[in-house]
Ligand binder design. Sequence first.
Ligand code: MIC
Ligand code: SF4
Length: 648
Amino acid sequence: MGYTLTEKLLRDHLVEGSYEPGSEIGIRIDQTLTQDATGTMAYLQFESMGLSEIAAELSVSYVDHNTIQVGFENADDHAYLESIAKKYGIYFSRPGNGICHQVHLERFARPGKTLLGSDSHTPTAGGVGSLAIGAGGLDVAVAMGGGAYYLSCPSVINVHLTNALNPWVTAKDVVLKVLQVLTTKGNVGCVLEYSGKGIKKLTAPERATITNMGAETGVTTSIFPSDMQTKRFLEAQGRGYQWLPMEPDRDAEYDRTIEIDMLELEPLASIPHSPGNIKPVNELDMPVDQVMIGSCTNSSYVEMVTVAEILKGKKLPAGVSLGIAPGSRQVLTMMAKSGALSDLISFGGRILESACGFCIGNSMSPRTDSVSIRTSNRNFKGRSGTPSANVYLTSSVVAAASAMMGRFTDPRRLNMIYPTIEMPDHFEIDDSMIIPPLPLEERLKVEISRGPNIGEPPLNNPLPDEVRGIVTIKVGDYVTTDHIMPAGSRLKYRSNVPKYSEFVFEPLDKDFSNRAAEFKSKGVHNLIVAGLSYGQGSSREHAALCPMYLGVKAVIAKSIERIHAANLVNFGIVPFYFVREEDYDSLENGSELLIPHIRDALKSGDVQVRGLSGGKDILLKTSLSQRQKDILLAGGLLPYTVQERKRK
Ligand code: MIC
Ligand code: SF4
């Protein structure tokens, strides 16, 4: 039996374990990326592990998330990140240069390489055949230092695309279709591998839209083969020499195949409040208050110029606001030179920085009870900064048509010829906003800049012998990391864990943090009880780190999403699962639980432990590798890594 592309790349990079789906494997990481909101903590952890050199082939530190907030905090973080990059030989993409995933695709992503990024949309680089995985910052810090990245060896799903897209139907609709089929849960431990004649017509930026938003299904990553489209893109970026052909073997066998006939697709939308709630656009008919075009999903040059062509010569209707955030400085410069920018300004578009901005809810929050159409990838309740807003996710052409008409509009009804814009043969290349690594002798002289916003990463104690605790919060299904650790206006506290911890679970329960801190001060352990698919969405390790700081010792859930489960282990919080789902119903806020001999249970491999709640037994299980058990016993990955380094 031949190999899938995923298997080929994983086998090429395997350093521990053997290729058996479901088992834990360790792989070598060639490239790493961080962004500022997760990066500051990742580099603080890198420093506290005592690592002195970057061992990955290439590491890039981007500043794109926290760029506009009031106060000194963002600027302190940027200065710290710039100095760390200089000290350790890391490329530094300055604020204003663009969103990490778009810039990485343009300037660094390479077929055949593994990429680990401290952001869940790192799979964007899968659009050019890179095996690109999102992870918590601590895992990325370890990989930067040359350590392996551990993951569950995936099963591979083939998404077979046939025919070609009709006018007004785009790559975004392909991935929304995939989300309709797979939904946002139950796909942990899978990789989506794209194939079929249909992919030949998709350019690398279109493929990147698809691999980007694949993250919303919960898969480990998504990947396209490296072919003539990949070559064309890399050549247009002046990197043709980095191209190599890569495809699965002809007789590769997949665990499952999803067939999508692109000719049958129509414009789709994710309706409130989950990317997996899909509806055809022509079934949506309502006035629109706000339209936001951009984010790492839909902000490439062709997307932006197509929007400008649609809106050229027209005016923004009253009552609607249009924001446009080009994905990178390259895109913005080319829009300026081509005249697309002035068409958008003349239409009434508000031109925003090339950064995450509105997508992460740190600006442009819509009005109360509004309808906001966005081209980004997540519409979790409240993520826009306005809890009562209804956010719909669509392609850029649906967004443009709706901005023009002031209501939800299927662009096929516009009576307009589809403006076909070709990907350019040469992109504008100017890397002057990326500071390359310094020569070694200059690095030694660099002083790290530590403003008052730069704290120490808190350390956990080894796992206690017994957990005697209280259910400090019980939550339902599909709780996202945006619910656990809100971003938006709170984002600027990312480097200050005691302060950021005041906002844990803020959207669900404003008092959680006070209660947890009080229990902790009395020596009572805090426990979180959750339903299905706990920890969806972002890779933010603060959703584990801050609960750990507040004394949370275990999460007991029906199921937990991949990156979040790994982050819990990394910070010494035990992820437990209910053996009998009905036990979830018997637990309440305030239920008392005793989990005895937890260390022995983990050590002996007999990981079934009992909790006692009001005299009733609760049966729990874990799903951990030996390495993860050792990490938990040590109190998390940071103490474990320091311990391992001393041992060697
Ligand atoms: C997101 O889109 O939710 C983020 C903000 O990019 C996060 C990272 C973070 O929380 O800093 C992600 O996707 O991992
Ligand atoms: Fe930034 Fe939004 Fe992309 Fe996250 S999803 S990296 S916040 S643009």
